[in-house]
Design a binder for this molecule. Structure first.
Ligand code: VGL
Ligand code: ZN
Length: 194
């Protein structure tokens, strides 16, 4: 069987964009390029996954229960919705993560589709060998996902024009990019894929 590429858009959610409770600077600015990647993959008939941070109200992930983050992306709230500038297509597979109140679950490899199937199993079912990864945030979920992808034996390509980071410490995103490349991830931009 010929193996193929898949697109993964990581956590393009209201709370991670300006105005949201865990706003990534300029997070909203990548919704347009992400939408274009979605169109390109859709035209090629390749699988498209969109993950969402999908927390319960009470989770150790949040500062008030011992974690580091303000309350964000609580299930079924406005902040957990996908940003309005992201243009989804009907075949998109939505993945949810962060439901376990004891886990941070930054990586999309901890996410499941609506049937409860793990992302990695979906990739194997679709015959995917290379994942194109963009979204939010560079220094958390994008980083963790790209590294887990490589550890699980997939090729990972980072969408350099469609990622933004939190940068709790200045430079965190740059460090994350170096780490992903160090693991063997590749970089790409829109003009190279369309
Ligand atoms: C994320 C911080 C907390 C992310 C999720 O999606 O990168 N970052 N929860
Ligand atoms: Zn979170």
């Amino acid at each position: 069987m010929k193996l193929k590429k898949a697109l993964l858009v990581v956590d393009p959610q209201v709370d991670f964009c300006p105005g949201g409770s865990l706003a990534v600077p300029e997070g909203d600015r990548i919704m347009r390029p992400l939408s274009r990647y979605i169109k390109v993959f859709s035209k090629k008939g390749l699988p498209i996954f969109v993950s969402r941070d999908w927390h319960p109200k009470n989770t150790r992930h949040f500062k008030k229960f011992g974690g580091v983050w303000p309350v964000h992306c609580v299930q079924d709230t406005k902040g957990a919705e996908f940003h309005k500038d992201l243009k989804l297509v009907k075949e998109v597979i939505i993945l949810s993560k962060g439901m376990d109140p004891k886990e941070d679950s930054y990586s999309a490899f901890e996410s499941r589709d609506s049937n409860g199937t793990l992302f990695e199993n979906l990739l194997r079912i679709f015959g995917v060998d290379e994942i194109y990864i963009g979204g939010l945030a560079t220094d958390y979920c994008v980083r963790a996902t790209a590294i887990d992808a490589i550890k699980a034996g997939f090729k990972a390509t980072v969408l350099m024009d469609a990622i933004k980071g939190v940068d709790l410490k200045p430079g965190d995103s740059q460090t994350a990019i170096k780490e992903m490349l160090g693991y063997g991830a590749k970089k790409t931009t829109l003009e190279k894929v369309s």
